[in-house]
Design a protein around this ligand. Structure first.
Ligand code: H2B
Length: 98
C-alpha cells in the first residue's frame, strides 16, 4: 500500500498539476468542454485507461463540464496513484478542455 501524502507533498504535487486544487483528502479539477458530447467522449476515452490503472475517479458530468475528485480509498487520502491519474486525465482532455 502507498503512503498517504502529507500536506507538503500535496502542495508539491499541485505545483506540477496546473488546474488542479486539493488537500490531503483529495485532488479536484473541473474540465469544461465545447459541449455535452465532448465531455462524454472524454469520460469514455478515459474509462479503459482508468481500468488499466485500477484507480478510479469520483466524477460527475453536467452538460459541458466534468468535475473530478481523486483520492486513494485504501489510504484515506492522496497517493502517487492520484497524481498519475491526474496526469493521464490531463493528457486525454488535451486541448479539448478548459
Ligand atoms: N480507486 C481509488 N480511487 N482508490 C482506491 O483505493 C481504489 C480504486 N482501489 N479503484 C481499487 C479500485 C481496489 O478497490 C481494487 C480492489 O484494486
Amino acid at each position: 500500500m502507498d503512503e498517504p501524502f502529507d500536506p507538503a507533498r500535496v502542495t508539491q504535487a499541485l505545483e506540477h498539476l496546473p488546474g488542479w486544487s486539493g488537500d490531503v483528502s483529495g485532488l479536484t479539477r473541473t474540465y469544461t468542454f465545447d459541449g455535452f458530447s465532448d465531455a462524454i467522449a472524454f469520460m469514455a476515452a478515459a474509462a479503459p485507461r482508468i481500468d488499466e490503472m485500477d484507480h478510479h475517479p469520483e466524477w460527475t458530468n453536467v452538460y459541458d463540464r466534468v468535475e473530478v475528485r481523486l483520492s486513494s480509498h485504501d489510504v484515506s487520502g492522496v497517493s502517487g496513484r492520484d497524481v498519475r491519474l491526474a496526469e493521464v486525465l490531463d493528457e486525454l482532455a488535451g486541448d479539448a478542455a478548459r
